[in-house]
Design a protein around this ligand. Structure first.
Ligand code: XUL
Ligand code: CO
Length: 438
């Protein structure tokens, strides 16, 4: 297959390179904090945007030129597309890919026909994985595009749609397992509501939890050892999504005894739609041992929807990498859940987009590692909390103090010790200095 015959394997040429088809920062074998960039970043190409994105928007149809794709819903076309996808990942040097069941294979007239289509394309995916060594980061089921899911899938009011969704996830788990997928993702899709007047929220959440417990039980039954992930998102397509942010997801998982089986897949544009920074969402998940994987993209500050753009901002990637270095990422990865703009319709644009994203993350990794090496930020944090290292602080943190004892302490002093400066502006200057010097 030679869909990209004019392109050879993208090479690392260093920061001075002006070759648009070379990496300036992503040097897969370069070792940082004892691990190669390849192993830190675990870059993943997402099948849905990169190979199924058409460029359509609410105001107009598709624009993408994909000469290898005949536009039909045939299995043969899907198999050909799969081979092209692997040629792309191979030339890019991306070690992983990720898909929804319906991205890779067309739906048939019945679920069994659909499953047979999925198996026929999975045969090609497996062959291509074996040929190239490229691995599956995660699989997932698309339970939001088909009209049957208009009221949701695991939170639908229609019990037979719930059964359909269960059967779909069962199959997606089997195929993900067959392909050696390292994780399995649930993004809420239409799991949410538009209006509480017609919604039994408690019943829907109970159903969702039961669904996840069945998924965990089935994974155990078939021997799938991959990590389950939930991907928080607050808006789109429903007005209120149940998995709205990391805190809401962790609360749900804890309430329904699912915490031991799930981590989170945090996506930048979802974090910003929730009114958080990506760094906040990552830290919130990380501090609870629930940081699983990331969907790397970015939004647009002027647009309030999920624009899924490729991330190119070093400030953002530095923030992300600071948290990922702290908590680690494997078996997760950096999945480019991002799409080229509809005006960037040539196949070549797919390369430019991924090269830019990979370089931005590689440089963010280097900047974050330099900050950590010098303990440039830790120093400020340590200083800020220094008086918690006192006898008083140690006793409070050990749970040995009560309100009466604290009152007695502060009454004895009359006033609390003066505060120190937060030094925010100085810290921001320090970060810029590291961005300049790496
Ligand atoms: C939707 C989104 C999904 C998930 C997988 O906003 O991010 O593509 O990543 O279902
Ligand atoms: Co995503």
């Amino acid at each position: 297959m030679t869909a990209f015959s004019q392109i050879s394997r993208i090479a690392y040429e260093g920061p001075q390179s002006e070759n648009p088809l070379a990496f300036r920062w992503y040097n897969a074998d370069e070792v940082i904090e004892g691990k190669t960039m390849r192993d830190h970043l675990r870059f993943t190409v997402c099948y849905w945007h990169t190979f199924r994105g058409t460029g359509s928007d609410p105001f107009g149809g598709g624009t993408m030129q994909r000469p290898w794709d005949d536009g039909s819903d045939s299995v043969a076309n899907a198999q050909k597309r799969a081979r092209v996808a692997f040629e792309f990942c191979e030339k890019l040097g991306a070690p992983y890919y990720a898909f929804h069941d319906r991205d890779v294979a067309p739906e048939g007239k019945t679920l069994s026909e659909t499953n047979a289509n999925f198996d026929a394309v999975a045969d090609v995916l497996l062959q291509e994985q074996q040929r190239t060594g490229i691995k599956l980061l995660w699989g997932t089921a698309n339970m939001f595009s088909h009209p049957r899911f208009m009221h949701g899938a695991a939170t639908t009011c229609n019990v037979e749609v719930y059964a359909y969704a269960a059967a779909q996830v069962k199959k997606a788990l089997e195929v993900t397992h067959r392909l050696g997928g390292e994780n399995y993702v649930f993004w809420g899709g239409r799991e949410g509501y538009q209006n509480l007047f017609n919604t039994d929220m408690k019943r829907e959440l109970d159903h969702l939890a039961a669904f996840f417990h069945m998924a965990v039980a089935y994974a155990e039954e078939i021997g799938f050892k991959g990590q389950f992930l939930i991907e928080p998102k607050p808006k789109e397509p429903t007005k209120h999504q149940y998995d709205s942010d990391a805190a809401a997801c962790l609360n749900f998982l804890r309430a329904y005894d699912l915490l031991p089986y799930f981590k989170l897949n945090i996506e930048t544009n979802h974090a910003t739609l929730a009114g958080h920074t990506m760094m906040h969402e990552l830290e919130y998940a990380g501090m609870q041992g629930a940081l699983g994987s990331i969907d790397a993209n970015t939004g647009d500050l002027l647009l309030g929807w999920d624009t899924d753009q490729f991330p190119t901002d070093y400030y953002l990637t530095t923030q992300v990498m600071l948290v990922l270095l702290k908590y680690g990422l494997a078996p997760g990865g950096v999945n480019f859940d991002a799409k080229v703009r509809r005006e960037s319709f040539e196949p070549m644009d797919l390369f430019y987009a991924h090269i830019g994203g990979m370089d931005a993350f590689a440089r963010g990794l280097k900047i974050a590692a330099a900050l950590r090496k010098d303990r440039a930020l830790e120093k400020f944090v340590e200083q800020r909390y220094a008086n918690w290292n006192s006898d008083l602080g140690a006793k409070i943190e050990a749970g040995q103090m009560n309100f009466q004892q604290l009152e007695q302490f502060i009454m004895g002093k009359g006033e609390a010790a003066p505060n120190g400066s937060g030094r925010q502006e100085l810290i921001e200057n320090v970060i810029n200095r590291y961005i300049d010097k790496v």
